[in-house]
Design a protein around this ligand. Structure first.
Ligand code: ZN
Length: 255
């Protein structure tokens, strides 16, 4: 949000179009700026996983905490998706964005907010992403990520994402956190994707994560995230969140 305030004060608006080029965070800044200034927006992702180029969501950090804004006017006017950008992408970025796309489409498939249209995109997205990751055919990731964006962008992610933000607040990257939080959430929800998701996480090899803050406090914070939790297929209580965070700390699923 600080970046947006700076851009808005420096560039007063003598132009017609804003082009967002970069990863999910850069696109979210471009989206929010053009939303505020009511300008045309062209989004060109260079990493593939956030789906930001086709969603009505902008995730911004406010006072160090990730906050998501939802509005139809945040949608891109034009999105250009080109796998050219994946060729020189470091493996660490590929794996973090690929697991985000996998988390988005599988959580959204199970979401209470899903419908046959969004499930179609989510299922197809996961099939493509899974094949691309397990066979190291990364040029297909942009297409899988685009379909995931169309699916989850019109339904919603759930418990896996809700659990992840307390790790983001400790500077663990979004994808890295999801590798653990979405896996444990799929187990909790008895998701049809649990085994396949775990296999992908193991293939991508993430280092263990550990929540430093007090687990009771973190659970209370997570419980406030109604946007994600109300769409979760199973009701979640505070004690259950505590148990899930403890399981992640002990790495019970041996990720
Ligand atoms: Zn995500």
């Amino acid at each position: 949000m600080d970046t947006i305030v700076k851009i808005l004060s420096e560039f007063k608006g003598n132009y017609s179009t804003i082009i967002g080029l970069g990863g999910g965070s850069s696109l979210d800044v471009a989206k929010y700026v053009s939303f505020k200034l009511k300008k045309t927006k062209i989004l060109i992702p260079t990493t593939f996983g956030s789906g930001s180029e086709v969603t009505r969501i902008s995730v911004l950090k406010i006072n160090g905490k990730k906050t998501s804004f939802h509005d139809d006017n945040l949608l891109a006017d034009v999105a250009i998706i080109d796998p050219f950008f994946i060729r020189n992408t470091p493996m660490n970025i590929i794996k973090n964005s690929a697991i985000d796309a996998c988390a988005q489409c599988t959580e959204a498939y199970d979401s209470k907010n899903a419908n046959p249209y969004t499930r179609f995109f989510c299922k197809l997205a996961f099939d493509i992403l899974e094949d691309s990751i397990l066979n190291e055919n990364y040029e297909m990731l942009p297409y899988g990520s685009l379909l995931a964006g169309l699916g989850f962008g019109n339904s919603s992610t759930t418990l896996g994402h809700a659990l992840s933000y307390v790790y983001s607040n400790e500077d663990i990257s979004h994808g890295h956190a999801l590798a653990f939080t979405t896996t444990i959430a799929h187990k909790f929800n008895n998701s049809i994707f649990f085994d396949r998701f775990l296999k992908i996480v193991k293939k991508l090899q993430f280092t263990k994560i550990n929540l430093k803050q007090d687990i009771q406090n973190a659970s209370e914070l997570i419980l406030l995230d109604r946007k994600h939790l109300e769409n979760n297929p199973r009701k979640v209580l505070k004690e259950e969140i505590v148990t899930l965070l403890n399981k992640i700390n002990k790495n019970e699923l041996r990720i």
